[in-house]
Design a protein around this ligand. Sequence first.
Ligand code: S3P
Length: 426
Amino acid sequence: MKIQKAIHPLRGEITVPGDKSISHRAVMFGALAEGTTRVTNFLQGADCLSTISCFRKLGIQIENNTKEILIHGKGLHGLSAPSEILDTGNSGTTTRLISGILAGQDFSSTLTGDASIQSRPMGRIIKPLSMMGASIESVKGNNCAPLTIQGHSLHSIHYDSPVASAQVKSCVLLAGLYGDGITSVTEPYLSRNHTELMLSHFGAEITSEGSTASIKPDPKLHGLDISVPGDISSAAYFLVAGLLVPGSEILIKNVGVNPTRDGILRVCKAMSADIQLVNTSISAGETTADILVRYSPLHGTVIEGELIPTLIDEIPVIAVLAAFAEGTTIIRNAEELKVKESNRLDIMVKELTAMGCDIEGTDDGMIIHGGKPLHGSVIDSRLDHRIAMSFAVAGLAAEGETTIERSECVEISYPEFYQDLNKLNC
Ligand code: S3P
């Protein structure tokens, strides 16, 4: 994919696809509920299709006519043994959340995914699931997938998670559905809380206090209608593009702005961005709004601590934003970036440097001395969707031409990304 520097302002309205985290959970929890769950605005990205495919292999009938998804749930104990390996593709959320569910079944299963998934850390779920009495093993003994899980009844635990990770938290809470008492998880900082919000709407008894979530076992979950809000992680690319291209004004419609996900908005405002939220509403605990963004001259900021989990997937595109902002931006406590779909920390430092940015990597983040003009470059996405989209946005603001290699990986979370970007940039 080739991107030229934008010569006109980006103007107009855009509707981004449904939230990835919420789409995954709708399928998973719908499968465990009794009756039909109807999901609209489901993200038809490869990751969420992996979740559908895994649950079909576990005996759940799922109709996908793209406009809506119907999940014919069979209750907490209704899954059946898969006759083949469960393929979670590129999806960490599928892999880690489904492991919590499989740990409580009365059958065994094996799951694995692509090369990226097979190198991502699974020790972080093997440890708490083993504490609950689950038999879960890394086939190659390297704490990565493939994983074999022999399900059985589980003990409830309190888990002090060393990482602020919604995937770890959700894995333990889902295993807790099959526990013998209250299961709780405390994280260093609160991570996205879609599991807590959605499971309680399905009928689970789940409580949250600060960064601790607790769940009671064996609830009766019932099918629901779910309307998935637009994904703020996808909106982030248009937010940044609108801020960087002079004269731009973009209205991004129906975006999920749950406070555990809205860190990018707070960072943009701290950098003096002209951003307004309009038409705010709340449905099933999830807040949505239209985001109006206008081109703004920006300055650097510091991003650290409890803010990090609220914008973890947006850090690559925030680094692009910081590269064009006047002054220094410091990102700390973001070591989790090294174990995402790729090592996003190293890649952002290397490729922004190649575009002429003054940036240095640190052990847990980066320091960006912004404001120098960037020039186009050839960027390999490393098959990481967020790297591809971040550099597509950088290319709009950099001089000359930027080429994104293996750009098709955007299909993971935003299949129509380049078409939508073109609609605004013409
Ligand atoms: C997700 C949690 C985050 C995020 C990922 C989606 C989820 O991962 O980066 O894209 O849906 O729970 P971690 O739990 O590893 O932080």
